[in-house]
Ligand binder design. Structure first.
Ligand SMILES: NC(=O)c1ccc[n+]([C@@H]2O[C@H](COP(=O)([O-])OP(=O)(O)OC[C@H]3O[C@@H](n4cnc5c(N)ncnc54)[C@H](O)[C@@H]3O)[C@@H](O)[C@H]2O)c1
Length: 350
């Protein structure tokens, strides 16, 4: 009897399934995970010029978008596949799902394949709260969360872990989403108020997070809702035609962005002139330009999600699964003993 040829060790790529990602997050603790991941993101933002950067490659359709988000430094290459389909939820699908790959730049061989739906929620929240540390007003205690879908609880946990926020005011056009978030967040020990409107939710809040999903230009916040001294964390406006803030707010705010060439296409600032001044967060994190300057300033993080945040997340997971069983070796690469005998390998497997 002929033995089936065994794949070489190099054929195997560690694969982190959704189940293993959940085990990893719980083994570390969700807030610790977010805080440590934020540390990786901050370290990578501080070495921003070392990365290959490009706006993500987006394929738009009537129902949503599918995007590829690549970046690389001298050692590693990473990309994420992610979608955004605001109508999905009504059919029982998630708005955002993702997976990603980390590879070695020197060989091009993948080092990691992982689920990134949970990881995207964790990295988006980690980035928001990290930015909040530079921009939120001193002594901020209350955050309004407008849009209580999949990202909502992760945002809350991140702002508690990094900025000490424990009081939340929730609003969603769908009361069932708010009920779900209220239940989850109270169980996590937050002081939570469900509000009847966005206007009510923002009252008394120093940080306003918008994480809604709609395909057309939406106006979640109008100018009159935004008082002096608040920090806006706008994460739901992240595609051409998909915004959350009235343009008058943008004109009163200092606007902080990830990667301007991408944010000008996808962020809230698509509503402004193409040369409207923005501040790059990597420069703030390097101490080259100030974050919040005074107590009355309105700061806006016009978040769209950039590839370097996913790269940091991929590296973080790759590092943390070492020596654990939170992954499965996946026979993913054809790796013949003689690198030129790919056909021989196929033929012998007959
Ligand atoms: N910036 C980033 O890095 C980043 C990362 C992930 C997701 N996102 C975006 O964040 C948004 C939220 O993502 P999600 O996964 O939580 O989506 P989701 O569909 O699970 O939740 C969105 C929620 O917004 C609510 N909503 C819609 N219109 C509203 C309105 N006018 N007022 C109040 N609530 C409203 C919906 O009822 C829903 O509960 C999406 O637009 C997504 O594309 C951005």
């Amino acid at each position: 009897m002929m033995l089936r040829p065994q794949p070489s060790q190099r054929a195997f790529v560690p694969f982190v399934s959704v189940e293993n990602m959940m085990r990893l997050v719980h083994a570390i603790g969700v807030e610790r995970f977010i805080a440590d991941l934020a540390g990786h993101i901050e370290a990578d933002f501080r070495r921003w010029p070392e990365f290959d950067k490009t706006p993500r490659v987006a394929s738009h359709s009537r129902d949503g978008v599918i995007e590829l988000m690549p970046t690389a430094d001298a050692e590693s290459y990473g990309f994420k596949y992610v979608n955004g389909h605001p109508g999905n939820m009504r059919a029982g699908y998630q708005t955002v799902t993702a997976f990603g790959v980390l590879s070695s730049v020197s060989t091009g061989y993948p080092l990691l394949l992982t689920e990134m739906t949970l990881l995207t929620a964790l990295r988006t929240a980690a980035t928001s709260a990290l930015v909040g540390r530079y921009l939120a007003p001193e002594g901020a205690q209350v955050m309004a969360l407008i849009g209580n879908g999949a990202q909502c609880e992760f945002q809350a946990l991140a702002f508690r872990a990094l900025c000490g926020i424990n009081r939340l005011r929730l609003y969603d056009i769908d009361p069932r989403a708010t009920e779900k978030a209220l239940r989850n967040l109270r169980a996590q020990g937050f002081e939570v108020t469900a509000c009847a409107s966005t206007q009510t939710a923002v009252e008394g809040a120093q940080i306003l997070t918008t994480c809604t999903a709609d395909k057309q230009f939406a106006t979640i916040l109008t100018d009159n809702m935004v008082g002096a001294g608040v920090h806006l964390n706008a994460i739901g406006g992240d595609c051409p035609g998909k915004t959350e803030l009235h343009p008058d707010i943008l004109k009163r705010a200092d606007i902080f962005v990830e990667y301007p060439p991408q944010t000008r296409i996808e962020g809230e600032i698509q509503q402004l002139d193409p040369d409207h001044p923005v501040i790059e967060l990597w420069q703030v994190m390097r101490g080259e330009v100030p974050g919040r300057r005074d107590a009355r300033q309105i700061t806006l993080f016009d978040s769209v999600g950039f590839a370097i945040e996913d790269f940091s997340a991929l590296r973080f997971v790759h590092e943390r699964i070492r020596g654990t069983d939170f992954f499965a070796p996946l026979d993913m690469l054809a790796d013949p003993d003689d690198p030129r005998d790919l056909f021989g390998m196929l033929d012998r497997a007959r």
